[in-house]
Write a protein that binds this ligand. Structure first.
Ligand code: TYM
Length: 331
């Protein structure tokens, strides 16, 4: 049985990318491993949410986690900011995290390009906080989508560096984990290669979206004028719709539309209608449970307190041991 840790930044409800890239695996793993899944609310502060938005987004992710099938009795579900040991380990790891390596991280470089007015130290040290999240449980396996690969590499660097520096074999080197399969990247509806909550309203489909919203988003998805030569490669936006269909529709449906594309008979309107109906059927049970859980604040409170208590059993042990290794001594 492995120790598994993963987190999701609270910026609203979960979308299909979060679900297929991460949460779907969380649900399977909770039956087989010792799992810690958390809501990364400290991470979300890099974008300066208002207090009301911060709280609302944490609640949304907690509700979505439970609606998707995470079981607080099987896995430990907690909120990052309930665990002070994480911030202590973050501080300690930052002492051996170097400016050069942090500046080279692709997600940081992208932020420098896209939001030059808000390049804060939290963004720069985002990977050390992620490493603290995982190493605080001495976890070796981290279920994530493909976009997190480089962050995992940083975690391994920090873990190995700590071990070398203090001549211990303390932290395992965490690896991205998807049951041995390739990591996944779910594309967006706007033609971009990644479904993402920061890319505007028409890129992502949320588990909580109502049927009319799903239909509207999918009907607006970017396509082209259609194929003119048999078996021609699909341009990115069209490929995206087929990829979504592969994940959400039956194999027969996918093959049917793929054949129509390859024989230049495809009508994108039909493909979109079919995809929208398949997404609506798929998300239906989530939507219902989200509504039910959202009004049950008592239960959410219980889940969060139980999670914090269970998580701290492991985080307090790690921090005690790390302090000893580093040389902090009680007088
Ligand atoms: P976040 O909140 O952006 O995404 C949460 C999880 O969803 C996956 N994901 C996707 N997978 C496939 N296709 C997509 N389009 C897609 N979009 C998102 C992400 O890969 C991720 O697994 N920094 C992290 C949160 C975090 C964390 C951690 C993760 C904080 N500490 C420690 C693992 C371990 C983040 O912002 O993910």
């Amino acid at each position: 049985m492995d120790i598994v840790v993963s987190g999701i930044r609270p910026t609203g409800n979960l979308h299909l990318g979060n679900y297929f890239g991460a949460v779907k695996n969380f649900i399977k793993m909770q039956n087989e491993h010792k799992c810690y899944f958390f809501i990364a609310d400290y991470h979300s502060l890099t974008t300066h949410p208002t207090p009301a938005d911060l709280h609302g987004n944490v609640k949304n992710v907690l509700v979505n986690f439970l609606a998707a099938g995470l079981d607080p009795e099987k896995a430990t579900l907690y909120i990052q900011s309930d665990i002070p040991e994480v911030t202590e380990l973050y501080l300690l790891l930052n002492m051996n995290a170097y400016l050069g390596e942090l500046e080279r991280v692709a997600s940081f470089k992208e932020k420098v390009r896209t939001q030059p007015d808000n390049i804060n130290a939290g963004l720069l040290t985002y990977p050390t906080l992620m490493a603290a999240d995982v190493l605080i449980h001495k976890a070796a396996k981290v279920p994530v989508g493909k976009d997190q690969e480089q962050h995992l590499e940083m975690m391994r660097n920090f873990a190995n560096r700590f071990n070398r520096m203090y001549k211990v074999e303390y932290f395992p080197a965490p690896v991205a984990f998807n049951f041995g399969e390739e990591l996944i990247k779910i594309p967006g509806l706007d033609g971009s290669t990644k479904m993402s909550k920061s890319e505007g309203d028409y890129n992502a489909i949320y588990l909580s979206d109502e049927p009319e919203v799903i239909r509207k988003k999918i009907m607006r998805a970017v396509t082209d004028a259609g194929p003119t030569v048999e078996n021609q490669p699909k341009p990115q936006p069209v490929e995206n719709l087929f990829q979504l269909m592969k994940v959400l529709s039956t194999t027969d449906t996918y093959e049917h539309f793929n054949n129509l594309y390859n024989t230049c008979q495809i009508r994108y309107g039909d493909l979109k209608k079919q995809l929208a109906e398949d997404v609506i059927v798929f998300t239906h049970p989530f939507r219902e449970k989200i509504k039910e859980l959202f009004v049950n604040d008592n239960y959410l409170h219980k889940v969060a307190s139980l999670g914090a208590e269970k998580a701290r059993e492991s985080t307090s042990r790690t921090i005690r041991e790390v302090r000893e290794i580093i040389g902090f001594k009680v007088f």
